[in-house]
Design a protein around this ligand. Sequence first.
Ligand code: AMP
Ligand code: GLY
Length: 425
Amino acid sequence: MKVLVIGGGGREHALVWKISQSPWVKKIYCAPGNGGISDLAENVDIPVQDISRLLDFASSQKIDLTVVGPELPLTLGIVDTFEKKGLKIFGPCQSAARLEGSKIFAKKMMKKYGIPTAPYEVFCEFEAAQNYLKKVQYPLVIKADGLASGKGVLVAENFEEAHSFTQEVMVKKIFGNAGHEVLIEKCLVGREMSFLVFSDGKTFAPLPEARDHKRVFDHDEGPNTGGMGAFSPVPEADSRLKEKIMREVFDPLLTGMAKEGVSYQGVLYAGLMLTRQGPQVLEFNVRFGDPETEVILPRLKGDLLPILLACTEGKLSPIKVEISDEVALGVVMVSGGYPGTYQNGYEIQGLNGLAKEKNVFVFHAGTQKMDGRYLTSGGRVLCISALGKNFSEARSNAYRAAEKIQFEKMHYRKDIGLTQLKMKN
Ligand code: AMP
Ligand code: GLY
């Protein structure tokens, strides 16, 4: 089979790595890919949002399955376009992708189908939002409705913060039309968890849960990023909690989507807050998470390809998604300055030494390969994932490997999984 993976981050490297282990796969392409991906797949220089060129490529190369990494092409309708041409593609159609593309749509679905989430109000006028913000209690959470590259959410501590964020979003339109409407919702307290399921439109099957670390510095300090590390499993997620999430979140949502005439095919990701009142949904993503995928896929036993294919064919129910008992932990190495400004083009040293390390997986994100050398080319550069029989082993494998990597102005968090190490071993 010929497979095309769309995207070029650590998530897509992990997908390409896992798919490349399938005996059914002859050739993998990745658009646009990155330096590390080019060792396993042929990079194709087409941006993820250029759907007509991606379609031409997939048709002319007779691609048997396309797997979509990021949300943008999904919300632009890549799945509808490919399916119309009879091409198999893993991911939800455009109307299902609204679960991520519009936070208001997601909230309406949750309200209609009784899914636990924070109470909220919607505003399309700045003045009305200000009047509301003057009379409410803080902290509270403000969200731009549409896609904003992970920057559209503020946990506001006071009116001044809330005022200036809503002004940026609604008046200055820093996210364009994505900020045409905003949601203002109650601030929930608890620990976060990412829970993903495969869905074929009729049935669904859970993947291993994970925890992301969004802040740039240790002890959750500094600004939010695209993710500085992750681990899986999440110790407090026992089987009772996971069953509750399936029963209270995924079952009603996917059944509700079907009732609305929208069949959800692909992977569905719920960002959850584990509160004292139970799990509550913060957001839905219509794709694999990043960096969650870099710790989820190393725990997935067996061949990923038949699962992806089964989702596209509505044949997931007989398939068993098997998960290893091992712990996976990933440390994201970033360019100094990220998530603000940073420089690219620094050579990454120490990668060769890790190639033979058992239980260590180096997933590239912002890298490019030139003359056999890997250079930095983005904010998040690498995710070093490692497996271990417990948190302590997974952590030490990941950090031992991270210490061997070097590039100028490199930064990574030293505390991924540290609390869990004390909780469970
Ligand atoms: P979202 O993109 O909706 O997941 O929001 C990004 C981040 O904002 C989440 O990962 C949480 O850390 C935080 N967040 C979002 N909604 C809430 C909420 N209702 N209460 C507390 N934190 C939240
Ligand atoms: N890790 C958060 C996301 O993928 O959106």
